[in-house]
Write a protein that binds this ligand. Structure first.
Ligand code: ATP
Length: 304
């Protein structure tokens, strides 16, 4: 740790389809100009952000800055929260494509302006979602913005495999339409808090902490990051043509009045299916299976 450094900066050079590393010199200049004292490390592979944030949580910094997109933020949060009693606040300088968490928070998406924001003394205690699953590969993962099973997760998987010409937010829409060609709605078992389990044919079930998702879709307009509740959005047995027709409404959040969309609020959720059920969290593929969701109220301090 450098003498006097107050911040640890974790840069994902690969975020924003590789553009993040090109933003770094300007971000560095801006932080230096603002007099922020920091140490910097670069992630070298998937999951490295978790390790780096975990190490940082045990050191004497005042805050940790994620330079990247939603996946980078997710890794940093997972590293921080794996250390009991950690006290660091999270700052975000967005260089990602989707940037949904910063949209939900109202932090500037522009990296220069986000650097200024790091000097703010305002903090928001954000709820953190917990996903748990059993079986041979039993595990647990935190998320801060949104997680979903079904179509949205498969679109995330498709998006990751798109050729480099589809960069930026457009990759979300391309991933979605490519997935739509072969996707079949699934029978999903859903249990909210203490209510009885129900089974529904659905396109997707989305568990939202923040209101934005998929690169600017206002998927859960009523979701708030610090209200100790998830919004659970069930997009029912909708046909492809009907979905394409209704799709533009998701950018304004008016899709929630569609007759095949249902919105619930809950803090404990279980999701399973007899079919392949893929889960994404903060735009990262978590895996397949049955999942339990719970919430840690106000567990993450974010510089806002
Ligand atoms: N050095 C690296 N090389 C390749 N991938 C990396 C590296 N470091 C981190 N990653 C991975 O890069 C992926 C993408 O990061 P991130 O989600 O932050 O960017 P993005 O996809 O552009 O943003 P968004 O999720 O906001 O659209 C994450 O899965 C992360 O684990």
């Amino acid at each position: 740790m450098t003498h006097q450094a107050v911040a640890k900066v974790i840069v994902n050079p690969a975020a924003g389809a590789g553009k993040s590393i090109k933003h770094w010199p300007q971000i560095k200049r801006q932080m230096d100009r603002l007099g922020i004292k920091y140490d910097v490390v670069f992630t070298e592979r998937v999951g490295h952000g978790i390790e780096l944030a975990r190490e940082t949580a045990a050191q004497h910094y005042r805050y940790i800055v994620a330079v990247g997109g939603d996946g980078t933020i997710n890794e940093v949060v997972n590293g921080l929260l794996s250390v009991p009693g950690q006290q660091l606040s999270l700052g975000v300088v967005n260089t990602g494509s989707g940037s949904d968490f910063v949209r939900s928070l109202g932090i500037p998406r522009n990296p220069d302006r986000a650097c200024h924001h790091l000097l703010s003394d305002k903090r928001l205690l954000v709820d953190v979602g917990v996903i748990e699953w059993g079986g041979i590969a039993a595990g647990r993962r935190y998320f801060v913005n949104a997680a979903g099973v079904g179509f949205d997760a498969e679109a995330v998987e498709t998006r990751r495999r798109l050729p480099g010409i589809f960069r930026g937010p457009v990759s979300y829409v391309v991933g979605m339409f490519k997935t739509l060609a072969s996707y079949r709605n699934k029978s999903i078992n859903l249990k909210l808090d203490d209510s009885a389990e129900i089974s529904r044919k659905a396109l997707s079930v989305i568990v939202a902490n923040g209101c934005y998702f998929g690169g600017g879709m206002k998927v859960a307009p009523g979701a708030e990051l610090a209200d100790q509740l998830f919004e659970v959005l069930t997009i029912g047995d909708i046909g492809k043509f009907e979905l394409i027709q209704a799709f533009p409404r998701v950018y304004k959040g008016t899709h929630i009045t569609h007759r095949k969309v249902r919105v619930d609020q809950a803090s404990m959720i279980s999701l399973s299916s007899d079919e392949r059920l893929l889960l994404q969290a903060d735009g990262e593929i978590i895996g397949e299976g049955a999942f339990r969701f719970s919430l840690l109220p106000g567990a993450l301090s974010v510089i806002v």
